[in-house]
Design a protein around this ligand. Structure first.
Ligand code: SAM
Ligand code: SF4
Length: 501
């Protein structure tokens, strides 16, 4: 069922004026989809077809997810819908009746991996022509990739992009019915309508019983010059606060202990609708919900990380004292070229403010090494920044050219080997920082969540607010799922050793 968050006459004029100020912001409606009778009916028909035609009572599906947490969260929705179609999840691709690849487009190697894996799917399909191959996610939102699939990967049955997630049951049924009726043109490459949408009530099969994701917004308006996300995931659109609160409440009531709010830039939550609520307000609302559950969020863009956000964390009961705040690099010239809209001085100001309000706060970050035109001296500024800020850990990437982005047109004259050397230098510096931070934690008391247990070793594995692993010996699985106060007594590289107090 579709409703739209459209524009009235006055809004259209205002938006038209805004258009001149906001880079890449396109005038468009946001469509709202409610998973409902139509989707339920398609799921049932797919279930019946597998039973009647293939004699499969419980067909098996293998799901492979590439990329970020947003993709992991989307895959939980695909799994939820597949379950309604009668499928069971298998970890063994060789016995699957269907495989679903949820792809990522952020770097070239993510795409290469997906294409590489399609190779082994082709072999499996040679032996099992009934195998249903589904390709979805960010990669398939790019016209060049679609062309490549059309021309080379004939064995793929269904292709659709992130904008069409809610259409999955309908698209699957459409191809399946053609296939069972032996229609020649049975493969479905579905070009997503580029209407930015929000879908509610999609069934979700969560991959973990303690930790859960809640998407609070989709898309991105920032157009960092290296990044493909705004092109493949569309413009920023926030879910309504009431929907987010409802999902969060249900998770807490169901016993989830660690909930991560997801968005490409959670700090701009609410900017796209008229309601008077921003991200910090949403956090306050969620923090008030009774229950014992940690609240995390990612990702925060430094340009929108407000004082109000850190004041809110400082005053909250459940929000972890940890923020993932990608800086990308430490050179002001490169930050400008990247279109990040902050300087390293702005970044230091945020960190200092946060530490003044929350002394035990920890930060993690993303770094891109070897942006086009970056010099070694500029790279050294990144090293200086990470030494000053002392991130507990980093996600590091060598710049990857993405066709269609602004940076793809910039001259990139640093050889790959040189960039790799810089990356190794960075990793060495960060290793020392992370290890020293772990050593500094020895003697402190931490409230951790017991997540899993190795029964053979009588060992329980827990996580701190900052996502560091704490190992506790001599304990059993009865503790899994509870919060524990532990004293950190030792550390082995980046693993902490704790004792319950
Ligand atoms: N929205 C988040 C932000 O701006 O901080 C990041 C989302 S993106 C999925 C995760 C990370 O991938 C980015 O922070 C960036 O470091 C990295 N990334 C994005 N595009 C890249 C590219 N073309 N080459 C290398 N790394 C890239
Ligand atoms: Fe990409 Fe920048 Fe948007 Fe993050 S904020 S998703 S890096 S464009």
């Amino acid at each position: 069922m579709k409703k739209t968050r459209g524009f009235g006459k006055i809004e259209i004029i205002v938006c038209f004026v805004c258009y001149w100020f906001l880079e890449g912001f396109a005038l468009q409606d946001i469509a709202f989809y409610e998973y409902g009778p139509r989707e339920i009916d398609c799921c049932k028909k797919i279930k019946d077809l597998y039973f009647d035609f293939y004699k499969k009572d419980k067909p098996l599906v293998f799901i492979k997810t590439y990329g970020c947490q947003q993709n992991v969260s989307d895959s939980e929705k695909y799994a939820g819908m597949l379950e309604k179609m009668g499928f069971q999840i298998t970890e063994n691709k060789d016995i699957a009746d269907a495989v679903l690849f949820n792809t990522c487009a952020i770097r070239e190697n993510a795409e290469n991996k997906a294409f590489g894996n399609l190779g082994w799917i082709k072999n499996i399909k040679n032996n099992n022509p009934d195998l249903f191959v589904i390709l979805c996610g960010c990669m398939t939102e790019q016209p060049l990739v679609l062309e490549r699939i059309k021309n080379k990967y004939f064995f793929v049955d269904l292709v659709f992009g992130t904008h069409s997630l809610h259409k999955f049951p309908e698209l699957f049924y459409d191809v399946l019915i053609k296939r069972t009726q032996k229609e020649k043109n049975r493969s479905g490459i579905y070009i997503s309508e580029k209407i930015d949408n929000i879908s509610e009530n999609i069934p979700i099969k969560r991959g973990n019983s303690l930790k859960a994701f809640v998407s609070i917004m989709y898309g991105c308006n920032n157009f960092c010059s290296y990044c493909i996300v705004p092109y493949v995931r569309g413009r920023e659109r926030s879910r309504s606060p009431s929907e987010v609160i409802k999902e969060f409440k249900n998770l807490v009531e169901a016993g989830y202990k660690d909930i991560t709010l997801l968005g490409q830039n959670v700090n701009s939550y609410g900017k796209d609708f008229g309601e008077n609520i921003d991200f910090a307000d949403l956090l306050k609302e969620l923090d008030r919900i009774p229950g014992d559950c940690k609240i995390r969020f990612m990702t925060s863009h430094p340009k929108d990380a407000s004082k109000k956000l850190f004041d809110t964390i400082a005053e909250s009961k459940h929000i972890v004292h940890h923020v993932h705040l990608p800086v990308q690099c430490g050179s002001n010239r490169i930050l400008k070229e990247m279109n990040r809209k902050y300087t390293k001085e702005d970044y230091y100001k945020i960190i200092n403010y946060a530490k003044s309000k929350i002394p035990d706060i920890t930060f993690t970050s993303d770094i891109i090494v070897g942006f086009p035109g970056e010099t070694y001296e500029e790279f050294l500024e990144t090293l200086e920044l990470i030494k000053k800020v002392k991130f507990s850990s980093l996600f590091t990437f060598i710049y990857s050219k993405r066709e269609g982005t602004k940076a793809a047109g910039m001259e990139d004259n640093i050889p790959k080997e040189e960039k790799t050397k810089w990356l190794l230098e960075l990793l060495n510096v960060q290793k020392e920082i992370s290890e020293n931070l772990c050593k500094d934690m020895v003697g402190t008391t931490q409230r951790v969540l017991a997540e899993s247990c190795d029964e053979k070793r009588s060992c329980v594995f827990c996580r701190t607010d900052g996502n560091l692993m704490v190992e506790i010996s001599g304990e059993n699985k009865m503790l899994v799922g509870s919060f524990l106060n532990v004293k950190i007594v030792d550390c082995r590289t980046e693993t902490l050793i704790g004792k319950i107090i």
